[in-house]
Design a protein around this ligand. Structure first.
Ligand SMILES: [Zn+2]
Length: 280
């Protein structure tokens, strides 16, 4: 008699011990695949006309489905890409100039209120994101990972770059303030998530290497793309981490920043007047 366990074909083996309550990753992937297949079949079966146009006002291009370039029956290729990058098919991202001004002001407020219970809570949650993100992965080794895994690795990159969690919280609050003070803002949850994620993505986005070779110095600079589902996952993580602080303190921070801006402006005006008097 041969010893050991009888041979079981790989495809028949149960991926996790039975009755442990654990969820098999293979079963999860299988369910995900079936759900995606159903979703694709449903979108493919939706009726459309060959002259369907993009829903963005003034565009006039064929939708991707009408152009036989995909299943999107609402947007053309250009606006679908725009939506993927910015979280809205018609409003772009806020520039670094305005976000940085708000972030500096919010950072000053956070430092002045570092013992506030909601501030402590938000910073602790961001530290938790850092701690749960697993080992650091270089930006040029992200290929093949799912959007959820890539989003988690962004937190590991921020941890590796020693980005202060307070700066991450300030970035999220700055975006919330910019949106709340913008009279033409897009106020969808998706847009907020993408905008928050793009700001955090800029804090530590790339990997850089240099080698000395016989032919001279070789440099590798790799930046993960700031677009797609990754941004939605990063934004969801950060919105969840800071939502209690935003709910409790956003109006307070807004008022404090407005007061500080008025004081700064009045100081500048006073300084200018004193200069004018000296010159006169
Ligand atoms: Zn369009």
């Amino acid at each position: 008699m041969w010893g050991g366990a009888p041979h079981t074909p790989l495809s028949y083996r149960h991926p996790v011990p039975p009755h442990t309550g654990a969820v098999s990753p293979i079963m999860v992937n299988y369910d995900t695949r079936r759900r995606r297949a159903r979703n694709v079949a449903m979108r493919a079966a939706l009726p459309f006309r060959p002259d369907d146009r993009c829903v963005v006002f003034g565009c006039g291009s064929l939708t991707r489905k009408a152009a036989s370039k995909g299943l999107d029956g609402r947007l053309c290729r250009r606006h679908a890409d725009y939506h993927s990058r910015h979280g809205s098919p018609y409003k772009g991202s806020y520039g670094a100039g305005i976000i940085n001004r708000y972030r500096d002001a919010v950072l000053a407020w956070l430092e002045a209120n570092s013992t506030d219970v909601w501030v402590v809570d938000a910073i602790g949650r961001v530290q938790g994101l850092y701690a749960r993100s697993g080992p650091f992965v270089e930006a040029y080794r992200l290929r093949g990972l799912s959007p959820r895994e890539r989003a988690t690795k962004l937190w590991a990159r921020l941890r590796r770059c020693e980005i202060d969690p307070k700066v991450v919280v300030a970035s999220a609050l700055a975006v919330e303030l910019v949106i709340s003070n913008d009279y033409q803002a897009v106020r969808t949850t998706e847009y907020r998530k993408v905008q928050v994620a793009k700001v955090v993505h800029r804090l530590a986005s790339g990997s850089h290497r240099k080698w000395n070779t016989e032919g001279g110095l070789v440099e590798l600079h790799k930046y993960p793309q700031s677009r797609g589902q990754v941004l939605r996952f990063v934004g969801a993580d950060l919105v969840l981490a800071t939502e209690l602080l935003v709910d409790a303190r956003l109006s307070t921070v807004n008022a404090a920043i407005a007061t500080a801006a008025v004081k700064s402006l009045s100081r500048r005006v006073a300084r200018r007047r004193s200069c004018e008097k000296e010159l006169a």
